[in-house]
Design a protein around this ligand. Structure first.
Ligand SMILES: C[S@@+](CC[C@H](N)C(=O)[O-])C[C@H]1O[C@@H](n2cnc3c(N)ncnc32)[C@H](O)[C@@H]1O
Length: 218
């Protein structure tokens, strides 16, 4: 491994490093694998699920290596992407060119902060899509404080910020019947998309959960 960048915040240590075995760029938080740039199909599927409606204004929770945001920007119908990212160092690394940037696109605004506060601060019925990929999912948290993101209270806040027909999509590294139930309760239904992936030689399945705001739900 060769280290590309390292930062320490109140949440712990964030490291960007290059794997020698395959040359992949890898992000780790407190020693836990967050993602790499080799297997990004589920991050892109997260965006594609949001693009199924009328995706003019979209909020993304978690910048990561930028794959979800890049997939959104590839769609000309997307007029504005607000990205909530809690780690200022990651935003700076992207601005400094340590990883390919999605921040130069004039449609992108970054809000450095917790996605819970960023979403809560938005006007009701103002988004066509909200995409949450801030952790490994409700059952394998990198940050314990993120557990509330997958629960009814915050999911209701997300629903309130969506226009009728707007879509909430949530990424998870494992199947979560609880998350499916919570989204189903809040949105009146939940679509689950398993995504088979190969992760460093192992077959895994990631999951994308999706709820659509009904008219009059906000
Ligand atoms: C798995 S990565 C996101 C990957 C991204 N979808 C992509 O395509 O590269 C998770 C990101 O969420 C950020 N994060 C974690 N908790 C957060 C929170 N509560 N609010 C905002 N960002 C958060 C992490 O710092 C990390 O950048």
């Amino acid at each position: 491994m060769s280290e590309v960048a390292r930062a320490v915040s109140e949440r712990g240590e964030l490291v960007l490093r290059r794997r020698e075995v395959d040359g992949a760029l890898e992000l780790r938080a407190n020693g836990v694998f967050v993602m790499d740039d080799r297997e990004t199909s589920s991050e892109e599927l997260l965006a594609n699920a949001a693009l199924s409606g009328n995706p003019d204004r979209v909020l993304v929770g978690g910048l990561g290596l930028g794959y979800t945001v890049r997939a959104l920007l590839a769609d000309v119908r997307v007029g504005e992407v607000v990205v909530a990212e809690i780690e200022p160092a990651l935003v700076q690394w992207m601005r400094d060119g340590l990883l390919p940037s999605v921040l130069d696109d004039p449609r992108v605004t970054v809000a450095v902060g917790d996605v819970r506060e960023v979403v809560t601060g938005q006007a009701d019925a103002s988004y066509d899509g909200i995409l949450l990929d801030v952790d490994n999912g409700p059952d394998f948290l990198v940050y314990d404080a993120n557990s509330v993101i997958y629960r009814t209270g915050f999911l209701q806040v997300c629903r309130d910020k969506l226009r009728a027909g707007g879509v909430l999509t949530v990424w998870s590294s494992s199947a979560s019947p609880e998350l499916e139930g919570a989204i189903g309760n809040v949105f009146g239904g939940c679509v689950v998309s398993p995504v088979p992936v190969e992760l460093q030689g192992r077959d895994e399945t990631y999951y994308v959960y999706q709820g659509t705001a009904q008219s009059g739900s906000s």
